[in-house]
Every structure is written in structure tokens, then in C-alpha cells.
Design a protein around this ligand. Structure first.
Ligand SMILES: Nc1ncnc2c1ncn2[C@@H]1O[C@H](COP(=O)(O)OP(=O)(O)O)[C@@H](O)[C@H]1O
Ligand SMILES: O=P(O)(O)OC[C@H]1O[C@](O)(COP(=O)(O)O)[C@@H](O)[C@@H]1O
Ligand SMILES: [Mg+2]
Length: 526
């Protein structure tokens, strides 16, 4: 039983009780965790799920690690602070598909025999590879011997008992940060699923967190009718923004509006906000569920197979890469440059390069490079013109920032405004070939906003559907301060601080980056 469940990555733990954590992951720990991560990465002993205070000489370290892991990945629940929180049978019943319009004075249309619910004690395995050695490509080890340590997180899905009466739910949805393909698909699924539970009061907060405070921005009533076709277009029905009010003002606004379920769609920044909102609600003893859905086209959220919008971005980038390739191949000594998004992570550039098979040089933030000098990008481009007659470069927006002048400028959310590496590389290439007297024809394509505004492709559409539905299931189950994700193909609930402690990066030691290098044929540029 144990081995079969381990093999499929889902674990049933009959006796584990949902107890509050004795160890709380605090914001003040973050800097030390970041430096620990750097140290661990250097020694090839690292994990997104590591324990900072581990003593490997202790024979019980593994048990202690696992206990601590369980505490860290505990998902906050209403019952942590409300002993009297009442459970009722779920109104989410797939056998009862009729519109739920009556009040529930005579009980809820729950079918006790229906077993489509997820047990609170179901778990999903976070790491599925047993690395035998820390030197194995991409190894993520807890200890120097790479001991096998099972790490389980909570399985997402509808529960048999819920902690909100649908007729008392005042749900709100907000989308923050930059655009990302699939935002509308998630909004749509949240609304539809809320209605299936029987919720009638659903609103959208326009233009991100700003919508909570800006007067003159009315909230948007949402229903299945309103959202039915919104997934057919890109963008966000609700609009997005960076910056906005402080957490206390947001929670004041939630209290005024009577919001008791908040669905927050956004990236690292948005989730930091969502977690702060959750904590503030707890401080004020508000019976509120705050649930995040990670939105980042850059795919830089920890512990998840991928985030929605990423697949679409990779697919859409193919059009730009192919155009750059055709331009480069049609010109005498043509060089095409494509800049793709990725503030601190090169996942889009790496995957788009791999998918196209048309890229000669892929540059990402995680891998330093020189432009000039005997091993630099420019010398290699010269070689490619000599040997192939043309070349195509794919560069992630966050790559090579050390080569650009720092401005210290930040956007409204406090994110550093990056220099334009694409424009810089284009200029440097032109200058270099002029200097060495080799003709070149350089074409630069920046498709970033065109990609971001796209409608989600089919696989992202499905991912959004499942995440949106699970967000609602999580809220009804009484969880708050959580986010939803896909982990080893299974859907999970994770405590927000664990997924935003630092951005997920491409591991230059991973098989995927090695495959990319094999495909481009590029050397080290150092
Ligand atoms: N540490 C933080 N605490 C609270 N709110 C934050 C924090 N960082 C960002 N935010 C808010 O989250 C929203 C989105 O953040 P931003 O960084 O622009 O996008 P993303 O969520 O995609 O990373 C903004 O309204 C911003 O003010
Ligand atoms: O021009 P904007 O709106 O600041 O967006 C640019 C940023 O958006 C992103 O695509 C994603 O950023 P977020 O996840 O913070 O929305 C980054 O790659 C890029 O730096
Ligand atoms: Mg961000």
C-alpha cells in the first residue's frame, strides 16, 4: 500500500491530525534562508524544502527534518483561531447539478455516499527523484549523502465538510502585478465554482489592490453570465496594477465591504500582500479565507511544476523566434535577436530556445556571460557568421544586467526597473562588427508585451481551470493564507511564505539547461 501510493506521489495519512504549527516561518528569516540557499547551492546540497538549522551528525536528523517540514507546510485553517468554527456538509455536489437557488433552511444538497471529496489528510510527494549522489545532475539533496527524505504537502480538492455557508459568503477576486495569459480563465473558474457551491455575492476588485482604496473605481459584480466568455480574450477582465494601498487599508476596505472570501491572483509581490492580508485578518479576528493563485509568466514560483501562462508564453515566443530566424537567414550575415520575459529567471528563454531548435545563443540571468573578449558572445557570433552565415540570439530580459548602467529606479511595487539588455546587445553587436570590418545585418525583436497579452493556450486553459476550482475548494474548506499549485502533476495547497521566500531559478547544473546548451551548441561565455 505504502509503496504503491509513494509511486504515484499521493499519500494517505489516516492518523495525522490537522494541528496548528509550533514553528512559524517568519519574514525575518528570509534573508538568512537566501544566504543559506546560496551556500547550499555552491556545495550541491540544496533543496527548496531545506531546514536551515539542520545538524546532520544527529542520528535523528531525518525525523526531525520531516517533522519540521510538516510544520512548515502546515496550511493555516480557520479553526486555528476560531474553536467554535462550525463545519457543515459540502454544497459542492457533482451529483446535484441543478442550479442551487433555494435557501438552505432544510439542509444542504449534499450526498454522503458521493466519494469525490479529497480527505484532509491526503498528501502529495514534493520530490520524486531519489538522487544517489549530490553530483548527479540537478540533484536536490537535504544532506551531503543525498539521503532519501520523503516530503509531503497537502493535496488540493473539495472537502466533504465546509466552513462557510454559501448564502453568507461575500467573495471578491483581485488580479495584481503584470498581465499573464490565463488570468481570465482563472477568474471564470472561480466564479463558476463559487456559484456551484451556492454563492450569490461575488465581486471583482478592479485594477489590483489599488481597487480597494481608489474612490471612483466601483467593484464589478460577477456571475457565470458575466464570465462565460472572458477566457476567449487575453488580459484581465478586472484590470491589473502595481503598487497600491497598504495592507491595513485593504483590510479596512474588506471589512467595510463585508468580504469573507478573497481570491488573489498574482506573483511573488501579490502573494506577499495576500499573506499580509491573511495575517491582518487573523489579528482582527475576521472569519476570512484568503487564497492565492500564483500568476507569473516568468514561472519563478517555488515548488510548482509550472505556473499558468508559461506554456502559452513559450508557444507564442516561437513566432518571434521563427521571424528572427527567417530574417537572419534571408540576410547576408544576418543576426536575429529576440528578447523574452524573465526578470530573474530564464525559464521562458530556455524553453523557447529548446522548443524552436533555431537558437544559436541563449542568454539567461542565472548564467553570467561576457560579450567581449576571446570567450565572449561577440567572438562566437563572428565564428557563426563565418561557419553558418547567420545566427539567432535569444536573451531573457534579466540577463547580463551587470553589463548595463544601474539606475536604482523601481516600479510602483518596488521591483527594480531593468535596463534593456536586448537593445544593448544589438548596439554592441553592430559596433563590434563595424570595428572588425565584417558586414552584419542585425534585427532585434522585442515581443514581450505581445506575448503577455495573449489568450491562454489549451494546456494553460486546463491548468487555470483546475487551479481556479481548487482555490474555491480551499476557501470553503476553511483554509486561509494558502496558494494552489501543481506539484508532480498533482494539485496541492501550500502555505504562502514557503512559495515566495525567493524566486525559482533555472539551475545551471540541471539537465534542462544542459539540453539547451546541447541544442544551441553555444560554449561558455566566460
Ligand atoms: N512585500 C509586499 N507586501 C505587500 N504587498 C506587496 C508586497 N510586494 C508587492 N506587493 C503588492 O503586490 C502587488 C503586485 O506586486 P508586483 O511585484 O507588482 O507583481 P507580482 O505579484 O506579479 O510580483 C502590488 O500591488 C504591490 O503593491
Ligand atoms: O512592464 P511591467 O508591467 O512592469 O512588466 C514587466 C515585468 O512583467 C513580467 O513579465 C512579470 O512580472 P510579474 O510576475 O511581476 O507580473 C516580468 O518578466 C517583467 O519584468
Ligand atoms: Mg514579481
Amino acid at each position: 500500500m505504502e509503496s504503491i501510493s509513494s509511486a504515484i506521489g499521493v499519500k494517505f495519512v489516516p492518523s495525522v491530525k490537522n494541528s496548528p504549527p509550533s514553528f512559524v516561518f517568519s519574514g525575518s528569516l528570509l534573508p538568512s534562508l537566501r544566504s543559506l540557499d546560496r551556500i547550499c547551492k555552491k556545495n550541491r546540497v540544496f533543496s527548496e524544502t531545506r531546514n536551515p538549522a539542520i545538524d546532520f551528525s544527529d542520528p535523528d536528523w531525518k525525523t526531525k527534518f520531516q517533522e519540521d517540514f510538516e510544520r512548515r507546510f502546515y496550511i493555516p485553517h480557520l479553526t486555528d483561531i476560531f474553536d467554535d468554527a462550525a463545519r457543515i456538509p459540502s454544497t459542492f455536489c457533482l451529483k446535484s447539478r441543478r442550479p442551487i437557488t433555494e435557501d438552505f433552511a432544510n439542509g444542504y444538497p449534499s450526498d454522503e455516499k458521493w466519494n469525490g471529496y479529497v480527505n484532509n489528510n491526503d498528501r502529495v510527494l514534493v520530490k520524486t527523484i531519489h538522487y544517489s549522489s549530490p553530483s548527479s545532475a540537478g540533484a536536490e539533496c537535504v544532506d551531503p549523502d543525498c539521503t532519501w527524505v520523503e516530503q509531503w504537502v497537502h493535496r488540493a480538492g473539495p472537502r466533504e465538510k465546509i466552513y462557510f455557508k454559501p448564502e453568507e459568503v461575500n467573495a471578491a477576486i483581485v488580479t495584481c502585478g503584470g498581465l499573464c495569459p490565463g488570468l481570465n480563465d482563472v477568474i471564470r473558474q472561480i466564479v463558476i465554482t463559487l456559484e456551484i457551491y451556492g454563492v450569490k455575492k461575488i465581486v471583482g476588485i478592479p485594477f489590483g489592490y489599488r481597487g480597494f482604496s481608489d474612490e471612483g473605481i466601483p467593484e464589478m459584480p460577477l456571475s457565470r453570465k458575466v464570465v462565460q466568455n472572458i477566457h476567449l480574450a487575453g488580459g484581465s477582465l478586472l484590470g491589473v496594477s502595481r503598487g497600491g494601498p497598504n495592507v491595513s487599508d485593504i483590510v479596512d476596505s474588506m471589512e467595510e465591504r463585508g468580504i469573507n472570501m478573497l481570491f488573489v491572483l498574482g506573483g511573488n509581490g501579490t502573494h506577499a500582500g495576500a499573506n499580509a492580508i491573511h495575517n491582518e485578518c487573523r489579528k482582527r479576528r475576521m472569519r476570512v479565507a484568503v487564497v492565492g493563485v500564483p500568476k507569473t509568466i516568468d514561472n519563478d514560483i517555488l515548488l510548482m511544476d509550472k505556473t499558468f501562462g508559461f506554456d502559452t508564453a513559450v508557444e507564442e515566443a516561437q513566432r518571434a523566434i521563427n521571424s528572427a530566424y527567417i530574417e537572419a537567414h534571408s540576410a547576408y550575415h544576418g543576426i536575429g535577436i529576440v528578447k523574452l520575459m524573465g526578470r530573474s529567471s530564464g525559464f521562458i528563454a530556455m524553453h523557447a530556445s529548446l522548443a524552436s531548435g533555431q537558437i544559436d545563443i541563449c542568454l539567461i540571468p542565472e548564467v553570467p556571460f561576457h560579450l567581449h573578449g576571446p570567450h565572449g558572445v561577440l567572438r562566437h557570433l563572428n565564428y557563426l557568421l563565418e561557419t553558418k552565415g547567420s545566427a539567432v540570439v535569444c536573451v531573457a530580459e534579466g540577463a547580463g544586467q551587470n553589463l548595463l548602467q544601474k539606475t536604482n529606479a523601481t516600479d510602483a511595487s518596488g521591483n527594480i526597473v531593468l535596463g534593456d539588455i536586448g537593445v544593448y546587445i544589438q548596439q554592441e553587436i553592430k559596433k563590434y562588427f563595424k570595428e572588425v570590418g565584417v558586414p552584419s545585418d542585425v534585427k532585434y525583436i522585442d515581443p514581450t508585451y505581445m506575448i503577455r497579452a495573449c489568450r491562454a493556450n489549451a494546456s494553460d486553459g486546463i491548468l487555470c481551470t483546475v487551479l481556479g476550482q481548487n482555490a474555491v475548494h480551499g476557501a470553503f474548506a476553511g483554509y486561509s493564507g494558502i496558494t494552489v499549485g501543481i506539484c508532480n502533476t498533482h494539485y496541492v495547497y501550500l502555505p504562502i511564505p514557503e512559495v515566495i521566500s525567493y524566486p525559482k531559478n533555472v539551475d545551471p547544473n540541471s539537465r534542462m539547461w544542459h539540453r539547451c546548451l546541447t541544442s544551441t551548441g553555444q560554449p561558455d561565455f566566460i
